[in-house]
Design a protein around this ligand. Structure first.
Ligand code: UT7
Length: 326
């Protein structure tokens, strides 16, 4: 009995921030951003719109697609690095607002890999007895973005995506075939939010120095991302006895089109078998893969039986993959 994905949903805030808007904020150009990242625009949460607001919308849509009531959920997992509060967990806010009265709830912090890590947790719980787990990746990256730093502010966007992982009796070989999770904390300094935790509690000084915002060594991160995404994709294919020809759609974390192009060239995957939507959303961290999955399902690019490979990397550093026969 293999857990499977019984429904997907996503939500993006209404406000669109274009590259032309960014040209008016920092010394950059639409051309530089498009050529170096592939991003044209990103969504930004309205003032007062928090992580759980986005997560609830995406979660509702996934439940509708799965034709499930929230009361049937055993667990709500929210992958995020931009939760509503340090505590309680954003998942508890979502659990209450969805009416998931019988569900456990907690957050998972693995930055851009959060969704794939949470999917693997859901997979394990469903394999060991739970019936339905709602997995949401939701981020309001705009609140931890330094809007004066052109190296990072052009990259990120806000959004949420969700899937329901369900017990899969009678699914005839469909479901989550494998997950692979990795980390290397030695590289943790590549992407950090230096203040706001117990190491550097927020103070007037940390706020004045914008240490509650993302700092990133983009160039080094780029190189590690290409290497780790390729490695974990090869490991995933080998573990399942598959070749790239067997993959119908690769759904990677949407960070930079040049990273993804380098990875798929190394793997020998044609671009038509890859889901790209970062031109419209930028990097939405833990939300990027479930948003892309939902768009691919609704566009008919993923159908029952499709072989779908996920690949993620991010702060930590962490990297992760999953193979799903949809
Ligand atoms: O999901 C989290 C994981 N993070 C990532 O995936 C990010 C990975 N890294 C990247 O996507 C790329 O490294 C960036 C898009 C962040 C930067 O691209 P790059 O090709 O690595 O550029 P660079 O950092 O080497 O900078 C090249 C030049 C620099 O100027 P000089 O020093 O050569 O004169 C930068 O100052 O580009 C300059 N630059 C910009 N110019 C115009 C940096 N940001 C901008 C900008 N507009 N927004």
């Amino acid at each position: 009995m293999r857990p499977w994905i019984s429904g997907t949903g996503s939500y993006a805030p209404a406000k669109v921030l274009t590259n032309a808007d960014l040209e008016r904020m920092v010394a950059t150009s639409d051309e530089w951003i498009r050529e170096r990242t592939g991003i044209r625009e990103r969504r930004i949460a309205a003032g007062g719109e928090a992580c759980s607001d986005l997560a609830v919308q995406a979660g509702r849509r996934a439940l509708e697609a799965a034709r499930l009531s929230a009361t049937e959920l055993d667990m709500v997992l929210v992958a995020t690095c931009t939760g509503d509060y340090p505590l309680p967990a954003t998942a508890c806010v979502v659990q209450y607002r969805l009416g998931a009265t019988k569900a456990a709830a907690c957050d998972l912090s693995a930055a851009c890999c959060g969704f794939v890590y949470a999917l693997s947790v859901a997979d394990a719980y469903v394999r060991t007895g739970m019936r339905h787990v709602l997995v949401i990746g939701s981020e309001v990256m705009s609140v931890i973005t330094d809007w004066t730093d052109r190296n990072t502010c052009i990259l990120f966007g806000d959004g949420a995506g969700a899937v329901v992982v369900s017990a899969g009796e009678g699914m005839d070989g469909r479901g989550i075939l494998s997950t692979h999770l990795r980390s290397d904390g030695q590289l943790s300094e590549l992407i950090t939010v230096p203040a706001g935790g117990s190491r550097n509690p927020s103070s007037e000084k940390t706020i004045a120095e914008r240490l509650q915002c993302i700092k990133m060594k983009g160039h080094e991160t780029f190189k590690v991302a290409v290497r780790t995404l390729e490695e974990i994709a090869r490991e995933t294919l080998a573990a399942n006895g598959l070749s790239v020809d067997d993959v119908d759609l690769y759904v990677p974390h949407q960070a930079n089109v040049r990273i993804l192009t380098a990875v798929i060239e190394r793997l020998g995957l044609p671009p038509e078998k890859v889901m790209f939507n970062l031109d419209r959303y930028g990097n939405t961290s833990a939300a990027s893969i479930p948003i892309a999955l939902d768009e691919a399902v609704r566009a008919g690019r993923i159908k029952a039986g499709s072989m779908v490979m996920l690949g993620a990397f991010g702060a930590g550093l962490t990297w992760a993959s999953a193979m799903i026969r949809w």
